[in-house]
Design a protein around this ligand. Structure first.
Ligand code: F6P
Length: 376
């Protein structure tokens, strides 16, 4: 099929995740093979577009990367409209536009999570042909069934819970396993369910520590003197949830740029204070239950290593569909997974939205039916 698009740029932004290279390969091989396009990779997220950090992604460069973890392009959390340049924060949108014109790049493919979708929408509104793919272990990108990276992280967290079971059992301990996910509970809920955690705590369901202690006490009475608590890094008590909620509302209400920045700083400060929440929780549970408690923070192990088969398949089908959409010059969209289909969704329906776990989601219901404590 004839297309006017000759040269495409591609970058990965935000936190890395398994499956990024599979997606780069999917976009690249389909764009080269089916449409004869040229692919240029930009290093280190949006900074690569500013500082001309690029590599030619020819067939050789795209070969042998399917199973490789991380991203061959490198990544960063730089935002085009607020980038640190020589110690000052600058809006680099105009510079990026000029650079792309100079280098003859017809469109840019961005692989990223929520923040990246927002940056891509800004660039699209500034007149650049943008198209995105959803990547995140948190699975919180809106308007897509799933994002690549999630399935692998889910397997890793599940295996960790499996392993923690035997040692918790041997020592009659509570083991509190902290799982990533930022402010979404998908990873913890999925791993908790798959790994048979006794308590699952997610940000969407604020907890009462007394209820958790009660549930653990009930287990002890039934002869199970150990418990696995799967806690999302963003899970919080009811009191903390009220504080976060009012900070979030302040951000929603903010009209001026200054008010927005102030509200964002307030949320960031709360997040910093929340960082040792899991340790606090374990300490509280030890005090209330008189069972020895230990904490395991899974951290970046969940983002590393080779992607699972499910992630490779998802990244490949979204990546190849992306090349088809580029050939049809369909920009300003994210390529979303809808069932077995890969469909374009306008970026303004994705950016700034978070896909949270609905409180009545079937996984939540299933956990409750098992008698798992959700902290409420
Ligand atoms: O968004 C992916 C994620 O791993 C979150 O789950 C986590 O909160 C965050 O990134 C950690 O970011 P960083 O790698 O910058 O510490």
């Amino acid at each position: 099929m004839a297309t006017k698009i000759k040269r495409i740029g591609i970058l990965t932004a935000g936190g890395d995740s398994p499956g990024l290279n599979a997606a780069i390969r999917g976009v690249g091989k389909a764009a080269l093979g089916s449409y004869g396009m040229e692919i240029v990779g930009f290093r280190d997220g949006f900074r690569g577009l500013v500082e001309n950090r690029r590599i030619n992604l020819d067939r050789a460069a795209l070969s042998g990367i399917l199973t490789v973890g991380g991203t061959i392009l490198g990544t960063s959390r730089d935002k085009p409209h607020r980038m640190e340049i020589d110690g000052r924060t600058k809006d680099m949108t105009g510079a990026i536009k000029d650079n792309l014109r100079k280098w003859g790049i017809d469109c840019v493919v961005c692989l990223g999570g929520g923040g990246t979708q927002k940056s891509a929408l800004r660039l699209h509104r500034a007149g650049i042909n943008m198209i995105t793919l959803p990547k995140t272990i948190d699975n919180d990108v809106a308007m897509t069934d799933s994002s690549f990276g999630y399935a692998t992280a889910l397997d890793i967290a599940t295996e960790a819970i499996d392993r923690l079971h035997s040692t918790a059992h041997s020592h009659h301990r509570i083991i509190v396993a902290e799982i990533m996910g930022h402010r979404a509970g998908w990873l913890t809920l999925g791993a908790g369910l798959a790994g048979g955690a006794d308590v699952i705590l997610i940000p969407e369901i604020p907890y009462d520590v007394e209820r958790i202690a009660e549930a653990i006490g009930q287990r002890s009475k039934r002869g199970s003197n150990f418990s696995i608590v799967a806690v999302a890094e963003g899970a919080m008590s009811r009191d903390d949830a009220r504080v976060f909620d009012s900070a979030d509302k302040k951000l929603e209400r903010a009209k001026s740029l200054n008010d927005k920045i102030e509200a964002k700083h307030a949320i960031a400060a709360l997040e910093v204070r929340h960082q040792d929440n899991t340790l606090r929780l374990a300490h509280q549970l030890e005090g209330l239950t008189h069972l020895e408690s230990r904490v395991t923070i899974l951290g970046h192990v969940q983002r590393g290593g080779t992607p699972s088969a499910a992630d490779r398949i998802l990244a490949t089908r979204l990546g190849t569909a992306c090349a088809d959409l580029i050939s049809r010059e369909q920009f300003g969209v994210m390529v979303a997974a809808h069932g077995e289909n890969a469909e374009p969704v306008p970026l303004d329906q994705v950016a700034g939205k978070r896909k949270s776990v609905p409180r009545d989601h079937s996984w939540v219901e299933a956990a409750r039916r098992l008698g798992t404590c959700l902290g409420d």
